[in-house]
Design a protein around this ligand. Structure first.
Ligand code: FAD
Ligand code: NAP
Length: 861
């Protein structure tokens, strides 16, 4: 008999999957290796086990009746209570009759002729199913601790993730606990209450803080009770699956006192997510994060009496949140008890397990019992533990050997009709998993219903869509502090496992919107076959860098009128207002504001001097703003960044703006300013003859033209030019205008508005306005031309780079995937631009180091 769906696992995910698919009329069976339902809550019966997302949130939301019938006795329910809840759910919806317990799925292979999965269990059965769904859990495969001599030990040993069903009594015993993740931190205080002696072996201290458990608070009951449906909906669209106010302020914008008050409130809340949400940049900025780390270290120091033990318990090798933080009950207080000791395995490495206990590099310990709280082969482990073979016998374990490759964390190319619930590449373990599980099950159920209605037999993601999603998952992780830690999120806890960030950190709400979008766009990126033929709308669902996307959403939410509908005065005022509260950029050695002679009167400039000893090369910088908006200080954070990373003096000089001073006023001022700076280089602290040009947008246009004028005038000598999203031509017909002309801040109509203010139609083709049109580009200084994928000016930047290269100029072209016109100058706002900013600074340094830039450029084009 062929069934519609076989699910693996009877935890939170498998139970809801079975209920939902069954109610939609799909014949569904579940296989579970445990003796009953519960998953995580079946296996993890260790002392102190409980949830750390509030139970009211960490529960199903699909049935209002269930919500009213079940009342949680505590804010953070114990393992037995959660297990009872899942048992109650299984009974209420009569789920057990379709679950085969005490049975392990060992292999699953796709039969392409029959269009079904052949699934084998450890009982020797073969089950035939059209769809195969792993609801096998992210933390269901305990990791075997990589400690020598495990089999030698003759005392009692326990694994937190496989705890016996009968109560374990440690009274009067000498007990060791290995591991100080969430499981260790929850169990240590309870084991200490019983044991005669407790020795904790810690390799990496974790951030933990009190859960302040108790009855569900009145505030929480009220928030939920006021409108359960609205409350749940807010959770579904939140960042982590729990309704929560996010603070839009950055941590370092607040005063030390304000920050302390915020952190004290977060600490007192006993809410796992409170610190991550305390400021907008806690999980993004190392500097912001360090303020939380030090606050929490001070809490540890204030609790643990022995200063040496306190310091050993203070995490220092990872940022807060980058390894999963913990909530505890009296964890640090436990180390004040006379019969509890901490062994820091970093200082005193575990050498081997012996017959009687544990040997470290310097001591031998004897124990009656050892508890291993050593964690799991997370996310991918339980999936690849099953021998899964897709189309043409391709092995999933082999495909994922260098890290999991999925589309939306739900599907993977080459494995038709195969889904994972909360799989790698989805928010899963970074969220309240009850919410993520329901969202995945609902999405898959809707998809299967769609296939049934459309008479479709198979579904599978395309290579393009999958590669795009893997890229997006990495892009999201790369702007956070997470990839730096040796965490199980990175697979770093399992020897030999490829180091790659496993979950999706873009947020639960955003992820839900993406999944909905995929479905609405005719299941974009998913290929179907069916009785009526094959069907596929291929494409990428997330093409912008994640922080660019967030910025665009934020700006859209402000509901501002387009700039080109404003008067020039209004547009300038708006531009200045938008700068309020932006991150300042890094500190530089010195900043001087002064004036220099322009072509038609004095111009203000700002000089940024590095903190290193001078003299330094000088980089002349022209700001953007379409020749109409902006000033010498409008790109201040970017100039600081350039100064610090290039180790050059950066001089951001003003120029006259249109419409008051139209073409060629800006160019004449730019050239005059450059000549004056060259002539006064030594007085300014610069090295004579070490001068380069840089500009962004219209400033890039000025920099390019000044280089041409300097070449023609034989002075000043310019070592190199960096043109960032430059205006190089007045032609609006290039593809990038058609593709990116609306929706990415710099629009076609805004560009039109700028040109109209700046130059008469007849002047626009003048090479001083459109440097691409210069009859001869030979002899220009080496150039770095930087463009962004979603910029209308992208193609004219590329055209200029190509034209320079054709003219024999040393040129390097640096395109930026997923970025918009304003990305690269948005220091500490668009973090994904930091790699490009570093490359720009390196190129500037290369201009002044003989031969460095030239060899670089040759690699570039
Ligand atoms: P699981 O509950 O892990 O169930 C998967 C099931 O699949 C298991 O029973 C397993 O035996 C079975 N299985 C796997 N492979 C096979 C196979 N090949 N054949 C047959 N059966 C198989 N998340 C939160 O959001 N909040 C919390 O507070 C929280 N606390 C946690 C506490 C602990 C101690 C742990 C370990 C995890 C916690 N989590 C928490 C994460 C937790 O795993 C999820 O919240 C949730 O329980 C996962 O449900 P699931 O059904 O996806 O997976
Ligand atoms: P874990 O966080 O991976 O912690 C395992 C611990 O064992 C770490 O301290 C690790 O040190 C240590 N360890 C592993 N191998 C070791 C070795 N060979 N020698 C010495 N030390 C070793 O695992 P976990 O505590 O079971 O938690 C896993 C996840 O489950 C949690 O992050 C959380 O998501 C979930 N969970 C939640 C709760 C809850 O409160 N609701 C409770 C338990 C678990 P290193 O850090 O140096 O690798």
């Amino acid at each position: 008999m062929v069934i519609d769906v076989l699910g693996v696992g009877a935890g939170f995910a498998g139970l809801y999957l079975l209920h939902r698919l069954r109610s939609l009329g799909f014949s569904t069976k579940v296989i579970e290796s445990a003796g009953d339902v519960g998953g995580t809550w079946y296996w993890n019966r260790y002392p102190g086990a409980r949830c750390d997302i509030e139970s009211l949130d960490y529960s199903y939301s699909f049935d209002r009746e269930l919500e009213t019938e079940w009342q949680w006795s505590e804010r953070y329910a114990t393992q037995p209570e959660i297990l009872r809840y899942l048992g109650y759910v299984a009974d209420k919806y009569d789920l057990r009759r379709d679950i085969r317990f005490s049975t392990r799925v060992e292999s699953a292979s796709w039969d392409h002729d029959a269009l079904l999965w052949r699934i084998r269990t450890d009982n020797g059965d073969e089950i035939l199913s059209r769809f195969y769904i792993m609801a096998s859990g992210c933390l269901s495969l305990p990791k075997t601790p990589d400690i020598e001599g495990l089999d030698r030990y003759r005392g009692d040993s326990y694994y937190t993730g496989r705890w016996p069903h009968d109560p374990v009594d440690f009274s009067g015993k000498r007990v060791a606990v290995v591991g100080t993740g969430s499981s260790g931190i929850q169990s240590i205080p309870i084991i200490a209450e019983q044991a005669a002696e407790l020795t904790v072996f810690q390799r990496t201290p974790n951030f933990s803080r009190p859960a302040y458990n108790g009855p569900v608070s009145a505030a929480k009951r009220a928030a939920f009770g006021a409108g359960p449906a609205a409350y749940r909906e807010a959770a579904r669209w939140s960042r982590a699956g729990v309704p929560m106010e996010a603070n839009a302020t950055r941590a370092l914008q607040a005063s030390t006192q304000e920050r302390l008050a915020t952190y004290e409130a977060a600490y007192a809340s006993g809410d796992l997510l409170a610190f991550g949400a305390a400021y907008a940049d806690i999980l993004l900025s190392p500097q912001a994060n360090e303020t939380v780390c030090e606050f929490l270290r001070n809490k540890i120091r204030s609790i643990v009496r022995d200063p040496e033990t306190a310091e050993a318990l203070c995490p220092r090798d990872h940022f807060y949140g980058a390894k999963r933080p913990c909530l505890d009950t009296s964890y640090y207080e436990t180390y004040n008890l006379p019969h509890v000791r901490l062994v820091d395995v970093r200082k005193e490495p575990l050498r081997t397990i012996t017959e009687k206990g544990i040997d470290t590099a310097s001591r031998s310990f004897e124990f009656d019992a050892i508890v291993f709280a050593t964690g799991f082969d997370a996310m991918t482990g339980p999936i690849v533990a099953v021998d899964i073979k897709g189309r043409d016998g391709q092995s999933l374990a082999a495909k994922w050997a260098d890290g999991p490759k999925t589309y939306l964390g739900l599907t993977t190319h080459g494995f038709p009709n195969f889904f994972t619930i909360t799989g790698p590449g989805s928010p899963s373990v970074l969220s309240n998993m009850a919410v993520s599980i329901e969202q995945h099950v609902d999405w898959v159920s809707t998809c299967l219903t769609h296939m049934r209605e459309q008479r479709l037999d198979t579904i599978e993601p395309t290579p393009l869509a999958e590669a795009g999603w893997v890229q997006h998952v990495n892009d999201c992780a790369d702007i956070t502090v997470f990839p730096q830690a040796n965490s199980w999120y990175m697979g770093a806890n399992v020897p030999g496992k490829t180091r790659v960030f496993l979950p999706y950190i873009g947020g639960v709400g955003r992820y839900r919107a993406i999944c909905n979008d995929v479905a609405q766009q005719n299941y974009l990126g998913l290929a179907f076959t069916g009785r009526d033929g094959a069907r596929c709308d291929d494409g990428l669902i997330c093409r912008l860098q994640p922080d660019v996307s967030m910025l665009l959403h934020f700006i859209e939410s402000l509901g501002m009128p387009p700039r080109e509908t404003m008067s020039v005065t209004e547009a300038r005022a708006q531009s200045i207002a938008m700068r309020t509260g932006r991150p300042p950029g890094p500190d530089v050695g010195e900043i001087i504001d002064a004036t220099l002679p322009g072509a038609n009167g004095p111009l203000v400039y700002r000089l940024y001097r590095p903190s290193s000893r001078g003299p330094h090369p000088i980089l002349v910088y022209f700001h953007g703003g379409g020749w109409v908006i902006g000033s010498y200080d409008s790109d201040d954070p970017f100039c600081r960044d350039l100064c610090v990373h290039s180790d050059c003096i950066v001089i951001s000089t003003d120029y006259r703006h249109a419409p008051e001073a139209r073409f060629p006023a800006a160019i004449d001022d730019g050239f005059a300013a450059t000549c004056w700076i060259a002539a006064n280089a030594e007085v300014l602290g610069g090295e004579p003859s070490k001068l380069a040009m840089c500009g962004w947008s219209a400033g890039g246009n000025i920099a390019a033209v000044v280089c041409q004028m300097a070449r023609d005038a034989d002075a000043p000598l310019i070592a190199g030019q960096v043109l960032i999203n430059p205006v190089t031509d007045c032609d609006f017909t290039r593809d990038s205008y058609a593709m990116n002309g609306s929706g990415y801040l710099l629009t076609t109509s805004l560009m039109q508005w700028f040109w109209d203010h700046y130059a008469d139609a007849a002047d626009r083709t003048n090479p001083k306005a459109s440097p691409l049109r210069a009859p001869d580009l030979r002899g220009l200084p080496p150039a770095l031309v930087v463009t962004c994928e979603f910029d209308p000016l992208r193609d004219e930047g590329l055209a200029y780079a190509e034209a320079l290269a054709s003219a024999g100029v040393d040129v390097r072209y640096l395109p930026n995937r997923g970025q918009i016109h304003t990305s690269l100058i948005s220091v500490d706002i668009i973090r994904s631009g930091s790699g490009a900013r570093a490359e720009i600074a390196a190129a500037v340094r290369g201009f002044f180091q003989n031969g460095t830039f030239i060899s670089d450029c040759r690699r570039g084009l």
